[in-house]
Design a protein around this ligand. Structure first.
Ligand SMILES: *Cc1c(COP(=O)(O)O)cnc(C)c1O
Length: 464
């Protein structure tokens, strides 16, 4: 078969191998990198059913690359998932009528570990081979920073610089980042907002001489390796639940921010996994939910909520899905994305029955409903949902018209959002020993002024 290559949604990028796609992140024409075909695995599914998580990950991921050896890929997967507290990596639990797919057993207790533990291993392998180095610069309002740091801490060829807005991330999230004392980790508390941090980051990456001189790289969710590693747990969970229920197909409910997680489920469906439909859940920041009801994707202003990792208005991975939706037509994507950047709005036509899409349905939750869902599931089932997961469960319950079992993705451990649990249940119930231990841990962090030049100078001095 023809080797798989990565092309841009905007059509102007020479095709890349898997490794080059991973190192490139965003395509040079501003588009997102996607595989030039989606493998169909319908015939293989049966033979994969009994595989454990690492073996399944190997089978799924190797279809998307031809420049890592089987031995290398197996080793990277083993190393990535050895850090997980559950031998199953992503176990599924029956909770009432739902199945909960627990994605939070990694080192920072959020689903981003599933992708970033693997990406960290992958970076290290590629940099060794190429005798390269990488300076990762990231801006975070919470979860991404700590998962990225956990993915690359201690590596010899990588320095990581993570900016967070000074005094504006939760004390727990701040400690998850700043208590990592490895020499290659640099935490910067910027005297500004999260938007300021993102603005600084953008300035560094658009200064091409600076970017090239210091070999800057990113770990954000447009990196293809992140989407790829997330496809695995959809397959894994579908097998577990179909086995238990004898159902021919399943549904997934996905709490969504940047559209990375649900996109992985969409790829799994295109590969032939029997997913009846995907249920997309947002919080009050509901641009995606509105889109799947109206066909209009219109930017709003971000409001802070109790599920901060979903507080996003422009979903960076949406362009990948849209590309397929408009018939894999890069010219149409360029037109739509240009329009969106000019007018803050784009629209696609609905089908004859008024639907935007057959595979994805959507809904939104809000603080009151999310807290009520946490309380209800705790009362009825003795199980604690974090507020992101609870938003997903709430929306899943609005879509109870099909018989296929519903698998709700649990994206964070409840102890990461202990205040919401307390608000919902009236009790201080959510703890985790890893997080409790952080309260007395030594930390390291540099406060820096809200200035591109200050951050540039800092990075230049400490870059590898
Ligand atoms: C990042 C994150 C999400 C959203 O995932 P996307 O891939 O951005 O859609 C949901 N919940 C938690 C806890 C997260 O950290």
């Amino acid at each position: 078969m023809k080797p798989i290559r990565y092309i841009s949604t905007r059509g102007e990028q020479v095709p890349l191998t898997f490794k080059d796609a991973v190192m490139t992140g965003l395509a040079r024409d501003g588009g997102l990198l996607i595989p030039d075909r989606i493998p169909d695995v319908s015939d293989q599914l049966e033979s994969w059913q009994a595989l454990d998580y690492p073996d399944l990950a190997f089978e799924v991921m190797r279809l998307f690359m031809d420049d890592l050896s089987d031995e290398q890929l197996r080793r990277l997967i083993q190393a990535a998932y050895a850090s997980f507290a559950s031998a199953e990596v992503t176990p599924v639990r029956k909770v009432g009528e739902h199945y909960i797919l627990e994605l939070f057993h990694g080192p920072t207790l959020a689903f981003k570990d599933v992708a970033l533990q693997f990406l960290g291993q992958l970076f290290e392998e590629i940099l060794e081979e190429r005798n390269g180095r990488l300076n990762i610069v990231a801006a975070t309002s919470g979860d991404t920073g700590s998962a990225a740091i956990a993915g690359v801490r201690g590596q010899k060829r990588i320095h990581i610089f993570v900016m967070h807005p000074y005094g504006r991330v939760s004390p727990l999230q701040e400690r998850q980042m700043t208590s990592v004392l490895d020499d290659n980790v640099f935490n910067l508390a910027v005297e500004g907002s999260f938007d300021d941090c993102q603005g600084i980051m953008k300035s560094l990456f658009t200064d091409l001489p600076f970017k090239d001189q210091y070999a800057l790289g990113t770990v954000n969710s447009v990196n293809w390796a992140r989407v790829l590693s997330q496809i695995v747990y959809y397959v894994y969970a579908a097998f577990r639940v179909m086995e238990e229920t004898d159902a021919p197909a399943v549904q997934f409910a996905v709490p969504t921010g940047n559209f990375g997680d649900i996109l992985a489920g969409w790829y799994a469906k295109q590969m032939g996994l029997p997913i009846r439909r995907l249920v997309l859940a947002t919080n009050e920041n509901d641009i995606l939910s509105r889109f799947f009801h109206t066909g209009v994707y219109a930017r709003g202003t971000v409001v802070p909520t109790i599920s901060p990792s979903m507080d996003i208005q422009v979903a960076s991975n949406f362009e990948r899905w849209l590309y397929y939706k408009v018939g894999s037509n890069p010219k149409e994507i360029v037109r739509l994305m240009d329009q969106f950047s000019r007018e803050g709005r784009l629209a696609i036509p609905r089908d004859a029955s008024g639907r935007v899409d057959e595979e994805i349905v959507a809904g939104s939750s809000d603080t009151r409903r999310t807290l009520a869902t946490i309380e209800k599931i705790h009362q009825n089932n003795g199980y604690l949902l974090d507020p992101h997961t609870a938003a997903g469960v709430f929306v899943a319950e609005q879509y109870n018209d099909l018989d296929d079992p519903m698998i709700c993705l649990a994206t964070a451990h409840p102890a990461k959002f202990a205040k919401a649990i307390q608000d919902a249940t009236g009790k201080d119930l959510a703890h985790h020993p890893l997080l409790d231990a952080l309260m007395d841990a030594p930390t390291r962090c540099e406060v820096i002024s809200n200035s591109v030049d200050a951050v540039k100078a800092y990075v230049a001095q400490r870059a590898i």
